[in-house]
Design a protein. Structure first.
Length: 201
C-alpha cells in the first residue's frame, strides 16, 4: 500500500523533525514545504487556529496535496498571554530563538513572582484547499519560565521552559522524552487517532 503524501506547512527544522518522529507509525510520507519551493503565507490571524488553517489551505492550494499545519507558541500569564501567536518573531522578524527568549526573560524580570506559562500547539489538516471539515487538534503543556536558560536540546523557548511534573527544562529532555509529554505530542496523538478514523471510513 503506497504512502499518502502530506505536505507539512513549515520550514522549521525542529518542527519537521518532531512531527516526522511522532507520525512515523502512520502510513504517510511527510514532505516539508521546502520540497516544493514555496513560501509560507503571511500569518495574519490573531489566534493559533486561524494561522494554522491559513497555512494549511495555502499549502494545499499550491501543491494539490493534503496539508498539515502547526501553529504553536508560548503564552506567559504575567505578560497577558504574550508572546502567543508572535512567539517565533517576538524579538522581530527573523529573530533567533535566543533573541526571542532573551527578550521574554528581560520583560518578565520586572514582573511579579508569577512565572507560569503554557506551550500551545494547534494542528490543522485539510484534504483540499476548500476542505469544509478540517481536522483541528490542540495540545497544551503547562510549566513555568526559568530565570536563565538550561539545556541544549530542542528549539524555540525550550531552554527557559521548566516542567514541574518532570522537574526538568524542556531543553534537557531527550527527543524521545519530549515526544511523550509536549504540547505538540499531545496534539499529534489526537491527530493520529482522527486521521486513522478518517481514512478507515
Amino acid at each position: 500500500m503506497s504512502k499518502q503524501q502530506i505536505v507539512l506547512a513549515s520550514n522549521n527544522q525542529g518542527k519537521i523533525k518532531e512531527l516526522t518522529r511522532i507520525l512515523a507509525d502512520l502510513n504517510v510520507e511527510i514532505l516539508p514545504m521546502s520540497h516544493f519551493d514555496i513560501e509560507s503565507p503571511e500569518e495574519t490571524g490573531i489566534t493559533f487556529v486561524e494561522n494554522a488553517l491559513l497555512k494549511a489551505r495555502h499549502v494545499a492550494q499550491l501543491t494539490g496535496l493534503p496539508a498539515l499545519a502547526d501553529d504553536s507558541g508560548l503564552s506567559v500569564d504575567a505578560l497577558n498571554g504574550a508572546p502567543g501567536v508572535y512567539s517565533a518573531r517576538y524579538a522581530g522578524e527573523n529573530a533567533s530563538d535566543k533573541e526571542n527568549y532573551e527578550k521574554l526573560l528581560a520583560e518578565l524580570s520586572s514582573k511579579a513572582q508569577n512565572r507560569s506559562a503554557h506551550f500551545h500547539c494547534l494542528l490543522a489538516f485539510v484534504r483540499t484547499p476548500e476542505d469544509p471539515t478540517p481536522i483541528i487538534c490542540d495540545g497544551v503543556w503547562h510549566g513555568t519560565i526559568l530565570e536563565a536558560p538550561q539545556g541544549d536540546n530542542g528549539f524555540g523557548y525550550d531552554p527557559i521552559f521548566w516542567s514541574p511534573e518532570l522537574n526538568i527544562s524542556s531543553a534537557e529532555l531527550s527527543p524521545e522524552q519530549k515526544n511523550k509529554v509536549s504540547h505538540r505530542a499531545k496534539a499529534l496523538v489526537d491527530f493520529k487517532q482522527r486521521y486513522q478514523a478518517l481514512i478507515n471510513k
